[in-house]
Design a protein around this ligand. Sequence first.
Ligand code: X6L
Ligand code: MG
Ligand code: MG
Length: 177
Amino acid sequence: MTNDCYLALGSNIGDREYYLRQAVCKLRQHKSLDPVRLSSIYETEPVGVTGQPAFLNMVLHLKTELTPGKVLETTQSIEQGLDRVRHERWGPRTIDLDILLYNDENIKMNELYIPHPRMHERAFVLIPLNEIAAAQYVSNYKQTIQELTDQLSGREKEGVRLWRKCSGRGGFGLFEN
Ligand code: X6L
Ligand code: MG
Ligand code: MG
């Protein structure tokens, strides 16, 4: 598998951990995707729309043969298969799969923007990503993930709390199914 891709996962409805686990299993089942590294799971205060339930968020590193467009098709179909219903923008969801990085490419394709246009200011993305890819340089921000993480305010970091420590290849068995 030749390409490196990072995905952000989030859930704030129902059995949040179940949805994260199912999403990872479905990614694993795809012959052209290989999740090689998972972050821990964090419980995070909702950003953007307040008054919705807390999220569980995590990040993973995939090796893949798929183009960015095909990764997007796959993540959208996994969202559909896991009861994702689109109500209002930024509303609560069973599962959200966002593409953060694809190699060090800059991609603007219809609704697909890579690197993810707001990842550099989101503690719920950067803190888990920093666990598995601190040294990764993001060319359009001209900074590493570690540097972007260090720039978060104390207030932003407080909204992201370690919920289940399970980083590594198998997530310590958590995502074996
Ligand atoms: C002003 C206006 C400042 C809007 C920020 C930020 C909007 C993030 C949407 C914003 C603004 C978002 C998650 C979340 C969402 C998640 C946590 C979004 C889309 N997804 N909060 N809020 N985790 N903690 O996965 O990211 S909605
Ligand atoms: Mg999102
Ligand atoms: Mg999304």
